[in-house]
Design a binder for this molecule. Structure first.
Ligand code: KQY
Length: 367
């Protein structure tokens, strides 16, 4: 713990940069638990390999992998992907990894939030989660980065910054009693300001319908440039997502960012709706305490769960009926980025998507 600071990033002049800032690289964790990933995680391992390979064309990728899976992962992944041995409970490094912060002197530090598997013993998605909770600290050790350890439970997928002082979050997740039951909204806002260096917080209400993270922001709405937001959408009034996206649109329409700018909101029509098939549910091992998988489960599918790396958006390919539309809408939203679509249904079946399985490490300056 010698590298853990007792100050906050804001006190020290650090803030979380936007995802479109220059990255030193991307961190991922190799999937293997058979009670989350069907068929012994084999199909998920192919999907994670495709994501890592796509990102590696643009920036360095490090894959954390358990000792048992080291050789398997080494054979599957291209040599350009660095492998490091690391124990974890699952593979959602967006949520259990550190949120990196930078300062004007190009220094990079990490915020290592407390992690409780999206809700702790009563409502969380698995137990134990102790090894996931160590991932942030281990990554920062490896990078010799100083560590902040905020006294709150938070996942990286529940926050979205523009790097210029603005943060978007959902009330469904951040104010959920299964995260920080003793903290008021004001206390949570204070922690967000202290540890992310933001001055303006935009509160949306609900996340994507049936998202088992309790409504992570990164599945609902994302910044793609200062003052520009992409929002998952449906035109189907009968779909339970309709009211949620409509409400988010109204809140974003009324909001201004930390610089007083109104937001340009670009709607990205959702895939599907998509549901878990019988054979997919049947491939997941049943272990007490893990979120059950059942045929017909509505999947929290969204194209905005993409990852922005140096020069490209790595976008989930989920539905032939909407993929091309999502790709062209995202190209309009991010004209300077390549749009690279990667098959992502297997990641979705595990409960998240490409953004949830990646974590950017900023360079600390614009290249
Ligand atoms: O960030 C995420 N979407 C993580 C989802 C965890 C799902 C565990 N089954």
């Amino acid at each position: 713990m010698s590298r853990t600071l007792s100050t906050t990033p804001t006190q020290d002049g650090f803030r979380m940069p936007a995802e479109w800032g220059n990255h030193a690289g991307t961190w991922m964790i190799w999937p293997e638990r058979p009670d989350n990933w069907r068929n012994g995680a084999k199909p998920a391992q192919i999907a994670f390999t495709q994501v890592a390979t796509a990102i590696a064309a643009y920036e360095p990728v490090t894959m954390c992998v358990s000792p048992a899976q080291y050789l398997n992962a080494r054979h599957a992944l291209p040599v350009s992907v660095r492998l490091v041995e690391m124990t974890s409970n699952d593979s959602w490094i967006r949520d259990c990894g550190p949120s990196f912060v930078t300062n004007p002197n190009h220094e990079v530090r990490g915020v290592d939030w407390r992690f409780n598997a999206w809700g702790g013993l009563q409502e969380g998605l698995y137990s134990p989660w102790d090894q996931d909770d160590l991932v942030g600290e281990k990554v920062l050790e490896m990078e010799r980065a100083l560590r902040y350890a905020p006294p709150i439970v938070l996942e990286g997928g529940s926050i979205e910054v523009d790097g210029e002082g603005t943060l978007m979050v959902t009330m469904q997740c951040l104010l959920n009693k299964n995260r920080n039951p003793d903290l008021s909204k004001e206390a949570i806002e204070a922690a967000l300001r202290d540890y992310l260096g933001v001055t303006k917080i935009i509160w949306l209400d609900q996340g994507v319908f049936n998202d088992e993270t309790d409504g992570h922001e990164d599945n609902l709405a994302r910044f793609v440039a200062p003052g520009r937001v992409v929002l998952t959408w449906t035109d189907d009034h009968e779909d339970p997502q309709y009211e949620i996206s409509q409400d988010a649109f109204l809140r974003l329409s009324k909001a201004v960012d930390a610089h007083g700018r109104a937001l340009e909101i670009i709607k990205i029509h959702q895939p599907g709706p998509l549901f878990m098939k019988g054979e997919e549910a049947a491939g997941v091992d049943i272990i007490d305490g893990t979120e059950p998988r059942t045929a017909g489960l509505r999947l929290a599918a969204s194209y905005v769960n993409f990852y922005m790396c140096n020069g490209a958006l790595i976008v989930p390919e989920l539905d032939p009926g909407f993929d091309a539309h999502a790709a062209s809408a995202l190209k309009l939203a991010c004209p300077n980025h390549d749009i690279v679509m990667v098959p992502a249904r297997e990641i979705l079946l595990g409960g998240g998507n490409i953004h949830c399985i990646t974590q950017q490490q900023p360079m600390g300056f614009e290249a």
